[in-house]
Design a protein around this ligand. Structure first.
Ligand SMILES: Cc1ncc(COP(=O)(O)O)c(C=O)c1O
Length: 366
């Protein structure tokens, strides 16, 4: 790489976007690709959100409200937190980037789990921060080891709960004990992109973590259960000072008028949320049961996807074979899990197509 590009930027492995679905369909000569690679809501957005987006299109020549007033107010009422404790992001991943930018100057470090959401690493690398990687234990965040890895130059600890791509979670007690061990100079980022799907009775009610104790920020998104991944909208909940710091590095119009309107309307549609969660709950049991019946290992999941083991071949091979049958899943080599794929839990029809695809490639090998 030319000397123009700093080493820490040259060292970043760019996110591989892949071809758009329409292009893949054209190349494969098929229609109706089954999209199970990105953990999206198979029911789509709330009809109320769609209407709200249409309603604001007329005003598209105006800049959006740079403070996201109405959406932040809606979130403030939902969580009973003051508006100064809420920041909006162009997806919650933008807030991950803001965190790295705001807190990791001067070669400070961030602690992450080894099989965790790749954006944490990318954001840290982009600002030349140090990454301290902690191995998972039984595919779960090893919180005691993560607390142990915190040193005087650690400014951020990232943990996804439930975690992507494993789908595993940490309990309320585990998170509480972890937070007790975190020193004041360090901010804990609890990424709860999939929290609405979590069923386990000991999954943490994290809002109380925001009061007292160490500094913490909760990240949430409209991309998953709200079915709005395409409009890019997420938010962070934290203390006033942390949010104030992030506001310094946020660009003024980071969330669009369309996104803000959609988010607010989606928050008001409890029915769509309930239907989405119920579908996932039912289909999770179905899909995990069908895979178990085929002696295919999966990890227990609290999210809207399953991590599936493909012994004897690579995730990449299975991904390619399924793709040739019109089914898109995620191979997990980039997460250092080369013999696994991640499949989103879809509608019954989509799940049956995925299972039929697996059966077919299995027969092809036998
Ligand atoms: C753990 C985790 N956090 C955040 C996100 C992305 O959220 P957003 O679409 O809000 O940027 C994902 C998406 O896959 C994720 O798995």
């Amino acid at each position: 790489m030319s000397g123009r590009v700093p080493d820490h930027v040259a060292g970043i492995v760019p996110y591989e976007p892949g071809l758009p679905a329409a292009e893949l369909e054209r190349n494969l000569g098929i229609r109706g690709l089954v999209l199970l690679a990105s953990n999206e809501n198979p029911l789509g957005p709330s009809p109320r959100a769609i209407q709200a987006m249409k309603d604001v299109l007329q005003g598209s020549h105006r800049y959006p409200d740079g403070g996201g007033y109405y959406l932040r107010k809606g979130l403030s009422e939902k969580y009973r937190l003051s508006m100064e404790r809420i920041i909006l992001g162009n997806g919650s991943t933008e807030i991950v980037e803001l965190l790295a930018r705001a807190f990791l100057g001067g070669r400070n470090s961030a602690v992450v789990s080894d099989h965790s959401f790749l954006m944490y690493r990318m954001a840290v690398q982009a600002v030349n921060g140090n990454i301290v990687t902690v191995p998972m234990r039984d595919f779960r965040n090893d919180l005691p080891a993560m607390a142990q890895a915190v040193t005087s130059d650690t400014r951020l600890v990232f943990m996804a709960n439930p975690n992507n791509p494993t789908g595993t979670y940490n309990t309320d007690t585990e998170v509480r004990q972890f937070l007790e061990r975190i020193p004041e100079h360090c901010l804990v980022v609890v990424d709860e992109a999939y929290r609405e799907y979590a069923d386990a009775p000991d999954y943490p009610d994290s809002l109380p973590f925001l009061e007292g104790g160490p500094e913490i920020i909760l990240l949430r998104t409209f991309s998953k259960v709200y079915g709005l991944a395409g409009i890019r909208l997420g938010y962070g909940l934290s203390g006033k000072e942390i949010i104030g710091t992030l506001e310094r590095v946020r660009s003024p119009y980071n969330t669009s008028a369309v996104a803000q309107a959609a988010g607010l309307a989606a928050l008001g549609d409890r029915d769509h949320l309930r239907k989405s969660v119920e579908l996932n709950r039912k289909e999770k049991v179905f899909l995990a049961g069908e895979l178990a019946r085929r002696s295919i290992s999966t990890l227990p999941t609290e999210a809207n996807f399953l991590m599936v083991e493909v012994p004897g071949r690579t995730g990449e091979e299975v991904y390619r074979e399924l793709l040739s049958l019109g089914i898109l899943v995620r191979p997990l080599a980039p997460y250092d899990l080369p013999s696994w794929v991640r499949v989103a839990i879809g509608t019954r029809r989509e799940n049956l197509l995925f299972l039929a695809g697996l059966d077919r490639i299995d027969r092809g090998r036998g």
